[in-house]
Structure formats: structure tokens, C-alpha cells
Design a protein. Structure first.
Length: 220
């Protein structure tokens, strides 16, 4: 299966991807994480992406598409991918469909995590991420046991540089203008699975997994 996790900044894509990855055995491919990794390695791609990310703007389509096509051409992606944060524009969606078709695959399900705007901003403002293992916490909803230290691995927690209120607001505007239209597009194709992302994390996971098994039954 190839699955897309679609939703606004802060909707819980990364959080749910971690669980779904284990449940489905699919490989988690997150465009934002790939850019942040490139930046840590000091590559040209990382520097270029940073100049857009810090403004809350989208990295140009051709750059993102090239990076994702390269990533999914690797052997670990051959039996299916869990896409997080990609596609985000209609050109990206078409490019992905085209690329998957070349492998005889298609987008099987698009999980749309629906969350009200006010909640999104609070989630973004409170997010802390572990430098070592990538686990996420939230200062408002579920803080780590020790301040700035990861419960899982003892790593340092940091706040993403694009998680300031001003940049987060702009990321939401960009999402409404450029990514929201994809919801109607996938709904028309019949691949959209709408999930109430405002529930507690484990309830979101349960709803998602139940929805996915419904889809798998229909495919049989
Ligand atoms: P990206 O890294 O993809 O960020 P995003 O889409 O803005 O999404 P986030 O990672 O902020 O949110 P999330 O949905 O993963 O939420 P999370 O699970 O962490 O992109 C960053 C930038 O990279 C973009 O702005 C752009 O510049 C560039 N980029 C990336 N992809 C691109 C593309 N395809 N094209 C062009 N440019 C691209 O959860 C958030 C917080 O809420 C956490 O603290 C979490 O613990 C908490 N939380 C999660 N679920 C719940 C819940 N149910 N209840 C309470 N709290 C919860
Ligand atoms: Mg994320
Ligand atoms: Zn950690």
C-alpha cells in the first residue's frame, strides 16, 4: 500500500506516522524531515530548503519532487510508503501519481487529519522534538517528565525554528491556499479517509487503523 498523511501544520501527521509505520510496516517518508536532515548534514539542498522553511513558505515543487522521487526509488520503499507532508500542491500530487504508476502502484489511501485552526497553533507553539530519536512532546498537552529531556532516550529536546507564532500563522495560510485543494481532489478520486484529528492521540490512531482495515477489505 501507498498511503498519504494529509493535514495542516500541527495536525499530527508526524505523531501518527510513527505509530502507523509500526502497524503497517510501511516506510515513513516525510519531506520536512528529509529537509531538516539535509540541513544538519550541511548540504546545498538543506541550505536552500531552510531559506523557505524559515519563512513558512513552500520549497519549490521541482526541488521537492526530485528529492522524493530519489527517496522512493530506493529498495526499502519497494513495498509501500507512508508519505508525510508530501504532496502539498497539485503538481506534486500529479508527479507522485506518475512516479508510482511507473512502479505499477497508486495512491491507495489519503488519510486526512482534520483539526481546527486554534488547536493547530497551540500544538505548534507547544511542540518539542528530541534531537536524538525524533520523539515529539508538547509543553501544553504532554510535557516530558524532565524539562527539555526526552523520556524515551534522554536526548535534548528542541523547538523547531519554524514553530514561532508568526511563521506558524504563515504556514497555515500557505496550507489553506496551496494544499487544501488536494482534499477535494482526493475526495473525488474516492481515496480520502477523513479522521477527526482533534481526539486524543491514541483515539486518532484507533480511528485511523479501523478506517484503514475498511479500505483493505474493499480492495480485496
Ligand atoms: P513539515 O515538517 O512537513 O511541517 P508541517 O506540515 O508544517 O507539519 P508539522 O510537522 O508542523 O505538523 P505535524 O502534522 O507533523 O504535527 P506533529 O505530529 O508534529 O514541513 C516544514 C516545512 O518544510 C514547510 O513549511 C515547507 O517549507 C517545507 N516542506 C515540507 N514538505 C514540503 C513539500 N511537500 N513541498 C514544499 N515544501 C515542503 O504534532 C504537532 C504537535 O502536536 C506535537 O507537539 C504533538 O506532540 C502534538 N499532538 C499531535 N497529535 C496530538 C493530539 N491528537 N492531541 C494533542 N496534541 C497532539
Ligand atoms: Mg511533521
Ligand atoms: Zn529521544
Amino acid at each position: 500500500m501507498d498511503i498519504i498523511l494529509l493535514g495542516a501544520p500541527g495536525a499530527g501527521k508526524g505523531t501518527q506516522a510513527k505509530v502507523l509505520e509500526e502497524h503497517t510496516g510501511l516506510v515513513h517518508v516525510a519531506s520536512g524531515d528529509l529537509f531538516r536532515a539535509a540541513l544538519r548534514q550541511g548540504t546545498e539542498l538543506g541550505m536552500l530548503a531552510k531559506s523557505y522553511m524559515d519563512r513558512g513558505a513552500l520549497v519549490p515543487d521541482e526541488v521537492v519532487i526530485r528529492m522524493i522521487i530519489e527517496r522512493i526509488s530506493r529498495p526499502d520503499c519497494s513495498s509501500g510508503v507512508l508519505f508525510d507532508g508530501f504532496p502539498r500542491t497539485s503538481d506534486q500530487a500529479r508527479a507522485l501519481e506518475h512516479e508510482l504508476a511507473a512502479y505499477g502502484r497508486r495512491i491507495d489511501v489519503v488519510i486526512y487529519l482534520k483539526v481546527p485552526d486554534a488547536v493547530l497553533l497551540r500544538r505548534i507553539a507547544g511542540r518539542q522534538t528530541c534531537k536524538t530519536c525524533g520523539s515529539t512532546y508538547n509543553m501544553y498537552y504532554f510535557p516530558s517528565k524532565r524539562l527539555d529531556v526526552c523520556d524515551e532516550c534522554g536526548g535534548r529536546l528542541y523547538q523547531r525554528s519554524d514553530d514561532t507564532m508568526e511563521t506558524a500563522r504563515h504556514r497555515l495560510e500557505v496550507y489553506f491556499a496551496q494544499t487544501m485543494p488536494l482534499i477535494a481532489y482526493f475526495r473525488e478520486q474516492g481515496s480520502l479517509l477523513e479522521i477527526d484529528g482533534q481526539q486524543e492521540i491514541s483515539l486518532v490512531t484507533d480511528t485511523m487503523i479501523r478506517g484503514l482495515s475498511g479500505v483493505a477489505t474493499r480492495h480485496r
